[in-house]
Design a protein around this ligand. Structure first.
Ligand code: PTJ
Length: 249
């Protein structure tokens, strides 16, 4: 954390993550626009009381079930996620055997390398999206995110894409892939279009998904997905937001 923010500060944790994002931008890990995305996330986190609600737990459980049953799952990684929860990301990927794929909206020079070195530092075993010989393009996506690894997102049936932009989510869904997202804004295009929407902070959601995944078995996974209703999850997130502030004033 920045030296000028004492641990006793009432918002010390939030400030620590803010500083990580700023620091990550200076190191080219985070895109400049990543600062804006983070600020938007902070605002929505306020509105849900900065805690994990039942609707998020249900979506995390469904995410774990979907990843568990997938033939070719993949965890997509961007700059913000890399600085916010590298340890949790690598730990989940290594324990589950689900590969990490770096897939960026802003493919500025040096960013792929900067993100790779963070993931390696935390002990990542499989990182896709960095070797040009495996690159292919997804026609349904117009941004630079269309460049994917054919061993990962290219052939995936289930894609975990936290903090995502709407175009890619729509493109991946059109490609017939199951899309799981983590997005604090329940009204974003990504939240609405994804198959499983976790309205929570990625920092809290990822360890939860990992925990559910560890306890998963095939029968449970099928049962969970048979009754999962993503629209209901989004409705619950919205009603929580509209009710939450009423207790505060
Ligand atoms: O690293 P790159 O180049 O791939 O770019 C990454 C960003 C995040 C800049 C890019 O994907 C982008 O512009 O995303 P958006 O369209 O701003 O969407 C990000 C969404 O994530 C917004 O709806 C935010 O509310 C949400 N968000 C931000 N921080 C968090 C979050 N959701 C969960 N946890 C967070 N910590």
């Amino acid at each position: 954390m920045g030296d000028d923010v004492p641990q006793t500060h009432p918002r010390a944790k939030s400030l620590e993550f803010r500083h990580r994002i700023i620091d990550g931008m200076h190191k080219k890990i985070v895109a400049e626009a990543g600062l804006i995305a983070h600020g938007r996330g902070e605002a929505f986190d306020y509105l849900i009381g900065e805690k994990t609600h039942e609707f998020s737990k249900k979506a995390c459980e469904a995410a774990a079930a979907s990843l568990y049953l997938a033939d070719n799952p993949v965890l997509s990684v961007n700059g913000n996620v890399t600085v916010l929860c590298p340890e949790e990301l690598v730990s989940f990927s290594n324990a589950s055997g689900i590969p990490l794929e770096i897939n960026l909206f802003y493919r500025k020079e040096g960013r792929l390398e900067a993100i790779t070195s963070v993931l390696l530092e935390y002990g990542a075993k499989t990182i896709l999206g960095i070797e040009e010989e495996y690159f292919e393009e997804i026609n349904e996506i117009s941004s630079q995110r269309r460049i994917v690894d054919r061993r990962g997102i290219g052939k995936a049936d289930v894609v975990f894409v936290p903090l995502e932009d709407g175009d890619r989510t729509e493109g991946l869904v059109r490609e017939g892939k199951t899309v799981i997202t983590v997005d604090l804004n329940p009204l974003s295009r990504t939240s609405i279009k994804a198959n499983i929407t976790i309205v929570d902070n990625i920092i809290r959601a990822l360890p939860l998904i990992h925990e559910f995944y560890e306890q998963m078995n095939e029968e449970n996974a099928r049962r969970i997905l048979a009754t999962y209703d993503n629209q209901e999850i989004i409705r619950l997130a919205l009603s929580t937001i509209s009710e939450f502030w009423q207790d505060m004033i």
